[in-house]
Write a protein that binds this ligand. Structure first.
Ligand SMILES: NC(=O)c1ccc[n+]([C@@H]2O[C@H](COP(=O)([O-])OP(=O)(O)OC[C@H]3O[C@@H](n4cnc5c(N)ncnc54)[C@H](O)[C@@H]3O)[C@@H](O)[C@H]2O)c1
Ligand SMILES: [Zn+2]
Length: 370
């Protein structure tokens, strides 16, 4: 039972087939209440904080100071920022540090950072001694609306991203949108692609809200930024509750990601951020939806409008090789019986799964994005 003196938004995640429920707590300045929130699920005295150099520079001392003042013993594991740290080398370093500091099963790992820190920290927590308590404190918009919700943890294999991982849920997710004030603009924009995705697949009122609140959101005003994070977490949490292991409707979360992932891969994860690639993928999926007669033209126009409004790209930025993208598409790990599983739209806020699309139509739509 959480007793906080301040007003917070709480999204509850209830796990099916497991006697388990945990809160995602969202509020401006919530980091100041971290001790109360930790005490709610953890009675030990040692905390392993995993963070990256950027996040540590801004928030490391502050968080450590608050925790030390409350009597906790802290062990810091600070990794270099970026995707390159989400691998076996840093996993090993993490295990070594946990062992040398005598961490036990009843201790806590706190992941303070973006999706990289969350995924690596989550995997460490899931596997060290078969599972320690875990708290996520996501600090990027992408982590606050996506990666900290749903229980996926992973590291990358040199050949395949996120190949090695497991499902492992935290005890609490602490979301303080004010932490986004130090995030680079391009990272904020990339996170917005996922918010737009949630609106498109399930929530037309979120879509309309996004249409009229861009400036307030990008200015990180308390009410609008908290609102869109809460809506996003709720949507993802509801979908994940129904389908934890991605056997059915969780696939809807891949809207825009089929083309998006291929685009990221063929440009060696350099030219586009994840959100930029997903934005182009959402345009491709929306145009496919229109071409097969499901989505009307007005909705298609509105989708292109919102993606531009949030400074995300609506077409390829650099003469991509469509042949390579097509090849990559059909190597995606989510292929079932050699058929691509597309997430398409009936209208804004209503999505469905489609496995029966002609390769020639896909090629034609991709060529239209050049
Ligand atoms: N587990 C899941 O369900 C899930 C879902 C989506 C993505 N992911 C994973 O998440 C990762 C991407 O996450 P990301 O976009 O957060 O990347 P990231 O963790 O690399 O963070 C992006 C950049 O922002 C910096 N940063 C983060 N918070 C900051 C802050 N408050 N102030 C200043 N700088 C800050 C980081 O140091 C980094 O340089 C990928 O590895 C992806 O596979 C996981
Ligand atoms: Zn994504």
């Amino acid at each position: 039972m959480i007793l906080l003196k301040k007003e917070v938004d709480i999204v509850k995640v209830r796990l099916r087939n497991e006697d388990n429920e945990y809160p995602i707590i969202i509020s401006m300045g919530l980091i100041g209440n971290i001790v109360e929130l930790i005490k709610d699920i953890y009675s030990g005295e040692k905390i392993f904080i995993i963070s990256d150099k950027n996040v540590n520079k801004y928030y490391g001392e502050k968080v450590e100071g608050i925790l030390k003042k409350a009597g906790y013993k802290i062990c810091n594991f600070i990794i270099p920022p970026g995707e390159e740290s989400k691998n076996r080398v840093y996993l090993e370093k993490g295990y070594e540090l946990l062992i040398s500091n005598n961490f036990q099963r009843d201790n806590l790992i706190l992941a303070l950072g973006g999706g990289v820190v969350g995924d690596l920290g989550g995997f460490l927590a899931a596997t060290y001694m078969r599972g320690l308590s875990l708290i996520h404190v996501p600090t990027s918009l992408l982590a606050q609306v996506d990666s900290s919700v749903g229980g996926k943890t992973a590291i990358n294999h040199p050949a395949v991203k996120n190949l090695i991982g497991t499902f492992y849920h935290p005890g609490t997710v602490i979301i303080d949108p004010s932490l986004l004030s130090t995030l680079a603009e391009r990272e904020l924009i990339t996170g917005m692609a996922e918010v737009i995705k949630y609106a498109l697949i399930t929530d037309s009122s979120l879509f309309n809200y996004l249409l009229i609140n861009k400036d307030n959101i990008y200015n990180l005003e308390a009410e609008p930024i908290t609102h869109i994070i809460k809506r996003s977490c709720s949507i993802k949490a509801r979908i994940v509750e129904e389908d934890q292991k991605e056997k059915g409707i969780r696939a809807l979360l891949n809207f825009g990601h089929t083309v998006g992932h291929s685009l990221e891969a063929v440009s060696n994860y350099k030219r586009y951020t994840h959100g930029e690639a997903v934005a182009i993928g959402m345009i491709a999926a929306s145009r496919l939806s229109y071409e097969i007669g499901k989505l009307n033209f007005r909705d298609l126009e509105k989708i292109e409008e919102i993606i531009k409004l949030y400074s995300l790209p609506v077409k390829f930025q650099n003469g991509e090789d469509i042949g390579l993208i097509m090849e990559r598409l059909y190597h995606d790990k989510k292929i079932i019986n050699n058929r691509l599983r597309w997430i398409l739209l009936e209208e804004i806020g209503k999505s469905f799964i489609e496995t029966n699309l002609d390769e020639s139509l896909i090629k034609q739509v991709l060529e239209g994005l050049e």
